[in-house]
Design a protein around this ligand. Structure first.
Ligand SMILES: CC(C)(COP(=O)(O)OP(=O)(O)OC[C@H]1O[C@@H](n2cnc3c(N)ncnc32)[C@H](O)[C@@H]1OP(=O)(O)O)[C@@H](O)C(=O)NCCC(=O)NCCS
Length: 291
């Protein structure tokens, strides 16, 4: 139905030159939906949104699309193709054009690509307060998988006894990937290698063995570990989390309670949604804002 109601919408591949327009739309869309619900915007200003999309639009392992109406860009969406599970987002539509079927078309475009190349599954993280995105993703076949709490702050406890946290280096990749396969059934080695190169990744060791890692202690970083203790050590190793916060699975009550006792504040509720392969993680973890 949306296709016939919006015959003029054209979906095409995004190019780096589209980033300034799409980044501004991304900022406008998130600031409006967040302000409407009394939450802070995911991006503090248009520039970080433009920089994020410029990175994704030029990345060889991201498939990115824009929607045009009468030659004017009205929205964009991205598919992270760095692992056997594809991650979707950020999808944003010009606020003046929302609720007219453009979001569905941009979702369909990346899902078609995902089904062709990443049949194991696709995932995304959704702002839990947003009725429209929840409805759209559910209608398209995504299942609500995990409630998340975006938390921010500086933990009172600054070190977890028995856990040593240090910067990750390339030599840690095999151990981290093996850990991820044990916990999740797949690894995110390409993403982790990039994070190590950029300098944001950390590992935690107990008894001289890697028991957890974080690609970044940030909104866009994920972490995987043997136990809550390892995640706590990673969270305690930084002064704050880059971006709005990190996404703690709310059903991991022990970990969320530890965060609260340690003074972290909940910024907003979010939801991990998945399609296709999903194993209940056999360990502790938190997803990035992509999945
Ligand atoms: C979320 C967003 C991408 C969706 O794009 P859109 O063009 O507005 O959405 P569409 O019109 O294509 O689809 C919305 C669907 O939700 C349905 N819907 C909207 N509100 C609903 C509600 N309260 N209950 C049930 N269904 C609802 C619409 O009827 C439509 O369904 P259909 O596709 O079956 O016709 C867009 O609104 C946006 O940019 N929002 C701000 C940024 C954001 O939140 N991005 C997502 C981050 S997870």
């Amino acid at each position: 139905m949306p296709s016939s109601s919006n015959p003029e919408i054209v979906i095409r591949a995004a190019t780096p030159a589209d980033a300034p327009v799409c980044g501004q739309i991304c900022y406008d869309a998130f600031s409006k939906i967040s302000a409407d619900h009394g939450y802070p915007c995911d991006f503090p200003a248009p520039e970080p949104a433009i920089a994020t999309l410029a990175m994704m639009f030029s990345h060889p392992h991201f498939y990115c699309v824009v929607a045009e109406s009468s030659g004017r860009i009205v929205g964009s969406n991205c598919l992270d193709e760095r692992s056997m599970i594809a991650g979707i987002g950020p999808i944003t539509i010009d606020p003046a054009t929302q609720n007219h079927g453009v979001g569905r078309k941009l979702m369909q475009a990346v899902m078609d690509r995902g089904r062709e190349r990443h049949p194991a599954g696709m995932r995304l993280v959704q702002a839990a307060y947003h009725n429209r995105s929840l409805s759209l993703y559910t209608a398209l076949g995504f299942d609500v998988r995990e409630p998340l709490s975006c938390v921010q702050g500086r933990t009172r406890e600054r070190h977890i006894s028995g856990c040593e946290v240090r910067a990750a280096h390339a030599g840690d990749l095999d151990a981290c990937n093996a850990l991820s396969r044990r916990v999740h059934g797949f690894d995110r080695g390409v993403e982790l290698a990039e994070a190590i190169q950029h300098g944001g990744a950390r590992v935690v060791e107990r008894d001289g063995r890697i028991t957890g890692y974080a690609s970044a202690l940030a909104y866009w970083g994920h972490a995987t570990a043997e136990s809550n203790l390892d995640i706590e050590a990673l969270l305690a190793s930084v002064e704050s989390f880059d971006g709005p916060g990190v996404l703690v699975p709310s059903r991991n009550s022990a970990l969320l309670r530890w965060c609260l006792v340690n003074g972290l504040k909940v910024v907003q509720p979010m939801t991990l949604m998945t399609m296709g392969l999903y194993n209940d993680p056999a360990g502790a973890w938190f997803p990035s804002v992509l999945f």
